[in-house]
Design a protein around this ligand. Sequence first.
Ligand code: ATP
Ligand code: MG
Ligand code: MG
Length: 387
Amino acid sequence: PATLGVLGGGQLGRMFVHAAQAMGFQAAVLDPDPASPAGRVADVHVATAYDDEQGLAQLMQRCEAVTTEFENVPAQVLASLAAHRPVAPGAAAVAVAQDRRAEKAHFAASARSSGIGPAPHAVIEAEADLARVPESLLPGILKTARLGYDGKGQRRVTRRDELAVAWAELGRVPCVLERQLALRDELSVIVARGADGAMVALPVQRNLHRHGILAVTEVFDGLLPARLAQQALAATQAIAAELGYVGVLCVEFFVVDDGSADGALVVNEMAPRPHNSGHYSIDACDVSQFELQVRALAGLPLVAPRAHSAAVMLNLLGDLWWRDGEPVTPDWAGVLALPGVHLHLYGKLDARPGRKMGHLTVTAADGHEARRVALQAAARLGLAPWR
Ligand code: ATP
Ligand code: MG
Ligand code: MG
């Protein structure tokens, strides 16, 4: 069978491997950790750094095509792989997604066709940029341009005199200061785009974050105003098309008040890969985001996924494995006794607080029931409820 390769051995790589193997492919993973979650289920595990030439050569020899689950793979690595094998997404698109400066510039450009742009922001690259920050961006959030995730690499800045300290704390690396917006809601959209430009999408997701980390994703009919969902989808399609994107792309949106009943969209950021907010698609859709990633990479047809169930996904962070400083095993039997609960654990060995260890998806015939059961599951695990 043909072998598909993935750069990165985390949970996203693991779910990609599962989807590839289910469709008859072999899967190869490159990750420096010899015990990475994806590497342990792959057919081939190349345990080297992402920019190790020998490791990359070994991966290339074994694979027909290569994708990434990790957006911080040096874009140069993707570009040099692409000289020998199909690589999706491509280096240029990943380079934009890796850097908030380039990403926001791309969003601002695509706003000309979609009407949906990024939050007001300024780029901070030198001491002198701090003094030029307009008052309208405060209070704001200072974010490192590169390498941030799960809210890491961010500082809340209320007053101008706090800017220099925050920038120093972040290491004086290039940053973006964004105005802190009053969020009504957060949404995300996942699309898959083929080399021929054909695009399919998952239904629009509603996301709840806690402490900068995704906590809950809900997806069901009637959850979101149809106009907002349609606008988010159109903006995502415009962003993907203008990047010439091939593969699975997730775009995150904020909903803010603008005086209208539904509110207005602001585009936050994108991920050049499947996304945590799309994990529900494994259990609630007839084609998952990982199957779409496999299809796009292998040049197979992209068919529109159909959500056959209402879904609520809960992230399972390492905190669940600790109580009063003592390690505990979460009550899996308790949550699995509830109808429609699908448990996914990523096989990570070290349950650090804040670390994504797994998720569970509740599927049900309608959103009311999915939410009711998910709230019960949350209560049994000691997770906070949501509205
Ligand atoms: P991810 O793990 O999704 O890649 P990240 O570390 O790149 O996260 P962001 O998506 O920029 O971080 O921000 C994390 C969360 O912080 C957002 O989902 C949102 O809840 C909040 N947030 C970020 N920027 C703003 C803003 N300008 N105004 C209000 N809230 C914000
Ligand atoms: Mg991010
Ligand atoms: Mg985010």
